[in-house]
Write a protein that binds this ligand. Structure first.
Ligand code: ADP
Ligand code: MG
Length: 473
C-alpha cells in the first residue's frame, strides 16, 4: 500500500515532466518492487517497456524518485514485474487510468452554500473564496487592495467599503474572501455575509413573525456586515429603512461594513437617498473586466484548484476568446472538465475551438470572416497595439497619438482606441491619457464612431480583423 502511494507521487512528477503521449505509451503500467537504502527498483510490464524507459526516461524517473524519497536515492533500476497484471497485486498502478484521474475534477464537496443568514457566523462565508486565490490584475488591483486593507484593520480603514461593477467579475469572491480573512485572524469575530435578497427575505419573515427586534439585536452584535448585490433592494422601502438603521448602529460602533452593487451608489436611483449617501461615506471602488494576462492567470488558478491539468495552449486560447467576464471563463472550464469526465476526451486546441465556436464566444461583433484564434496573442501592452496599427496603415505612431484631424490619421487613431477598449478593456480615461490627454467623452465618441463605420464599411472591417489576427487578439 505504501509503495503504491509513493509510486503515485513519482508518477505525478513524471506527468509534469514528460510529454503526455510518451507517458501514456511507455509507462502503461508500473510498480515498485523494492525500496532500498539508496536504490529504487521499479517493475514494468515487459522487457520492451523496460528498455524504452531506461533509454529515454532514466533521468526524469531518478529525479522523480529523489523528489519522493530524498537525495539519498542514488540509482534506480527497472525489472519486468511478472505479477504486475495480477488482480491481487495492489502495488501496481495503471498509468493510463491514473493519468486520467489526475485530470479529473475532484472536490465536489466544495460547493457549499454560503447564503445562510441564519447566523452560524463562520458558516455564512464560503471558504473557497480567499484573497490568496484571487488573481490580481490592473483592473481589480484597487478593489483588491481596499479589501486587504479592510481585512487588516476592520472598521478602521475604509468604512463602508463599496465595490461595484457588472456581474461575474469577482465581487462576491472579494467580499467573502475579506470576511474569511477577518475570521482567520480573529476567530471570534462575528462576520455575517448576506445578499440583499436574503436580507429582504429575513426582514419580511421577521415582520410576519413579529420578531423584528430579534433580527435587529442579531445585527447589532455583528462585528462585520457584508452585504452583496444591494441593487436588489430597489423599491423595498421597508427593508431599506431597516438596513438604514442597522447601518447606523454598526457604523457608529465602528463595525466594518462591506457592500457590493452593480453600479455606483449615486446611480442606485431606486434606493432611498439617505441610504445611498451612506454607501458613499467610505471608499467606492470599481472592479473592471480582466485583461488577457489576468484571464489567463485565472484559468490556470481555477484549473489548479480543481486539479485539472490544462494544456497551456488551450488555456491561452480560452483567455484570448472568452473576454467578457470571469464567470464565463469558469463556465467554459467547467464544460471542459465535464466533457472530460463523460468522454475521457482530453482538451485539445481543436476541440476547445469548436466548442467555443458553438457557444459563440468567438463570434464577436467583428467576427465575420474570422476563425477562432488558435495562436498566442503577442501583445504585452498598449504600445504593441499602436505599433500594429501604425505598421498596418503605414503611418508614424506620433501621427496616431497626436491631434491631426485628417482622415488618414483619424481612422488609425480610432481603430487603436477601439482595440484598446474592446480587446484590452482599458477605460476611456486611460485611453485618453495615452492619446495626448483626450477626455473620456472624446474617446467614447471615437470608439462608437468606429464601431458604426465598420458595421457598414466591410473593407475597413477586414482591415481591423487583419490587425487583430496579426497580433492574435
Ligand atoms: P460577481 O459577484 O461580481 O458577480 P463572482 O465573485 O461571483 O462575481 O465571480 C464569478 C466567478 O469568478 C467566481 O467563481 C470567482 O471565484 C471568479 N473570479 C472572478 N474574478 C476572479 C479573480 N480575479 N481571481 C480568481 N477568481 C475570480
Ligand atoms: Mg456576486
Amino acid at each position: 500500500m505504501e509503495k503504491h502511494f509513493h509510486l503515485k507521487n513519482i508518477l505525478l512528477s513524471l506527468i509534469e515532466d514528460i510529454k503526455k503521449q510518451d507517458f501514456l505509451v511507455y509507462f502503461r503500467k508500473m510498480s515498485i518492487l523494492e525500496i532500498g537504502k539508496d536504490e529504487i527498483i521499479f517493475g514494468t510490464v515487459s522487457a520492451f517497456m523496460k528498455d524504452n524507459i531506461e533509454a529515454k526516461f532514466m533521468n526524469q524517473t531518478l529525479l522523480a524518485a529523489q523528489k519522493e524519497f530524498g537525495e539519498t536515492i542514488k540509482k534506480i533500476n527497472f525489472r519486468v514485474d511478472i505479477n504486475i497484471d495480477n488482480p491481487s497485486n495492489t502495488d501496481s498502478v495503471d498509468c493510463t487510468t491514473f493519468y486520467k484521474s489526475t485530470l479529473r475534477q475532484v472536490k465536489k464537496d466544495e460547493k457549499l452554500s454560503y447564503t445562510s443568514v441564519t447566523m452560524q457566523q463562520k458558516k455564512s462565508v464560503n471558504d473557497r473564496y480567499a484573497l490568496s486565490n484571487f488573481i490580481v490584475g490592473a483592473d481589480n488591483q484597487l478593489a483588491f487592495s481596499a479589501c486587504e486593507a479592510v481585512a487588516r484593520n476592520p472598521g478602521k480603514s475604509y468604512n463602508p467599503l463599496y465595490i461595484y461593477w457588472d456581474v461575474g467579475l469577482g465581487k462576491t469572491h472579494l467580499l467573502q474572501a475579506t470576511g474569511n480573512e477577518i475570521i482567520k485572524k480573529v476567530k471570534d469575530k462575528k462576520v455575517v455575509y448576506s445578499t440583499a435578497d436574503k436580507f429582504i427575505t429575513e426582514y419580511v419573515t421577521a415582520v410576519k413573525k413579529r420578531n423584528v427586534e430579534k433580527m435587529r439585536q442579531k445585527y447589532r452584535e455583528m462585528d462585520v456586515l457584508i452585504l452583496d448585490d444591494v441593487q436588489f433592494l430597489s423599491k423595498k422601502e421597508q427593508t431599506q429603512n431597516e438596513l438604514y438603521n442597522v447601518f447606523n448602529l454598526l457604523y457608529d460602533a465602528n463595525k466594518q461594513i462591506i457592500i457590493s452593487g452593480d453600479r455606483v451608489p449615486k446611480e442606485l436611483t431606486e434606493l432611498e437617498p439617505r441610504l445611498r449617501s451612506r454607501f458613499e461615506w467610505g471608499i467606492t471602488v470599481d472592479i473592471g473586466k480582466p485583461d488577457y494576462e489576468t484571464r489567463l492567470a485565472i484559468i490556470q488558478e481555477k484549473s489548479r484548484e480543481r486539479e485539472f491539468l490544462i494544456p497551456q495552449d488551450v488555456a491561452e486560447f480560452i483567455a484570448a476568446n472568452v473576454t467578457e467576464n470571469v464567470r464565463e471563463l469558469e463556465g467554459v472550464l467547467n464544460q471542459m472538465i465535464a466533457e472530460y469526465e463523460l468522454t475521457g476526451n482530453t482538451p485539445t486546441l481543436e476541440r476547445i475551438a469548436s466548442k467555443l465556436q458553438k457557444l459563440s464566444y468567438t463570434k464577436d461583433l467583428l467576427g465575420e470572416g474570422r476563425t477562432p484564434r488558435t495562436h498566442k496573442t503577442t501583445i504585452r501592452s498598449y504600445e504593441d497595439i499602436i505599433d500594429a496599427v501604425s505598421k498596418h496603415f503605414g503611418i508614424e505612431k506620433e501621427g496616431i497619438l497626436g491631434g491631426n484631424r485628417k482622415k488618414e490619421f483619424m481612422i488609425p487613431r480610432q481603430v487603436s482606441m477601439y482595440l484598446l477598449k474592446t480587446k484590452m478593456n482599458y477605460t476611456y480615461e486611460r485611453i485618453g491619457n495615452i492619446f495626448s490627454g483626450r477626455n473620456h467623452a472624446s474617446v467614447l465618441y471615437s470608439c462608437n464612431k468606429l464601431e458604426k463605420i465598420i458595421k457598414k464599411d466591410k473593407n475597413l472591417l477586414y482591415e481591423v480583423n487583419a490587425i487583430k489576427d496579426g497580433i492574435g487578439i
